[in-house]
Design a binder for this molecule. Structure first.
Ligand SMILES: NC(=O)c1ccc[n+]([C@@H]2O[C@H](COP(=O)([O-])OP(=O)(O)OC[C@H]3O[C@@H](n4cnc5c(N)ncnc54)[C@H](OP(=O)(O)O)[C@@H]3O)[C@@H](O)[C@H]2O)c1
Length: 300
């Protein structure tokens, strides 16, 4: 079954490309570069909405997976038009094009659609209240896709990391090798989720016609950024990826000001996916599995 994957250079996009390679797969990237063997490549800048529609019309896939997004949460505050173009208008154009040819659209959304004031895991139907431009643009896409008439699957995820791209794991491994002490935010709670897990679950759900609309896809359990950093350092020292762990000093969000406000509590209720037999490992086990893929000293 033919698949068009948009955003093949991103954390999630790359893991998807690797998993789907060998099938009838077209991987679109902004540069048109080849991401992996076993697929055809295409160039697509998703800010060009005509090009988005034209590529879907040309490939005529059975499924489109959109892993492209403006994920620079702080920068989005300064460039809201671009963030909305990439995160909301482009997915809307994809959904309209998919509806026109009967293709399924798989799209990713975020915990940032919530304001983080809850004290129990957010359920899919809980009220959204994004705190910033990124979250608002991602919520706008959810609404547009649900209204589009296309067969859509929207997977809200959070705290995404992996061995590629810019993410907390890679930042910690780099800083951990450089510093004796690190201040890490301790009052934001969420579920660190590796890109490979998102790709693995996505492939399980690709052809599940009975699973549509919005679902929450994160690793099980919860921690703070500080707890995540400590777990990374423990594992990295055990595996010989770091010679010694830096001291991790818990700090409040207020001590690390950023242009975009972030939800304090980002835990998502994944009961609808686990209820249909999808296994979501605990975030600590998922971290260990991720670090097993590191050939020391490959990360840095
Ligand atoms: N990262 C997180 O912590 C997080 C949390 C919650 C939800 N999500 C969602 O999960 C999904 C995947 O995120 P990710 O972390 O894998 O993202 P990522 O690593 O930041 O990758 C973003 C991708 O979007 C592409 N892209 C950006 N602007 C583009 C444009 N104008 N035209 C074409 N491609 C463009 C990038 O291409 P280039 O390489 O050319 O820049 C890259 O391939 C996104 O929907 C994101 O909103 C992420």
């Amino acid at each position: 079954m033919s698949t068009l994957l948009i955003g093949g250079t991103g954390q999630v996009g790359y893991e998807l490309a690797r998993r789907l390679a060998g099938e009838d797969l077209v991987v679109a990237t902004r540069s048109g570069e080849r991401v992996c063997e076993g697929s055809r490549e295409a160039a697509l800048d998703v800010t060009d909405l005509d090009a988005v529609r034209a590529l879907i019309a040309e490939v005529r896939p059975m499924r489109v997976i959109n892993a492209a997004a403006h994920t620079a949460v702080d920068r989005a505050e300064a460039e809201p038009d671009l963030a909305f173009r990439i995160n909301a208008e482009a997915p809307r154009a994809m959904a309209e094009a998919c509806a026109g040819i009967g293709a399924r659209l798989v799209h990713y959304s975020t915990d940032y659609v919530f304001d983080g004031s809850a004290d129990a895991p957010y359920r899919v139907d809980d009220a959204t209240a994004p705190l910033g431009v990124y979250g608002r643009s991602k919520r706008a896409a959810e609404e547009a896709l649900l209204d589009s008439g296309a067969d859509v699957l929207i997977l809200r995820t959070a705290w995404v990391y992996g061995l590629r791209g810019q993410n907390f794991l890679r930042t910690m491994l780099r800083l951990g090798a450089e510093r004796d002490e690190l201040g890490v935010v301790d009052d934001q709670i969420g579920s660190p989720t590796p890109a490979w897990l998102i790709a693995a679950v996505t492939t399980q759900l690709l052809d599940r016609a009975d699973v549509g609309g919005i679902h929450h896809l994160v690793a099980a359990g919860r921690t703070s950024w500080c707890g995540f950093a400590s777990a990374i350092f423990d594992s990295a020292v055990r595996r010989g990826l770091l010679q010694r762990a830096p001291r991790v000093k818990p700090i409040p969000t207020s001590a690390y000001p950023t242009p975009a406000r972030r939800p304090a509590f980002s835990v998502l209720d994944t009961g609808d996916l686990t209820g249909i037999g999808i296994h979501l490992p605990d975030w600590r086990d998922a971290l260990e599995t991720t670090l097993e893929g590191v050939e020391a000293p490959a990360v840095g």
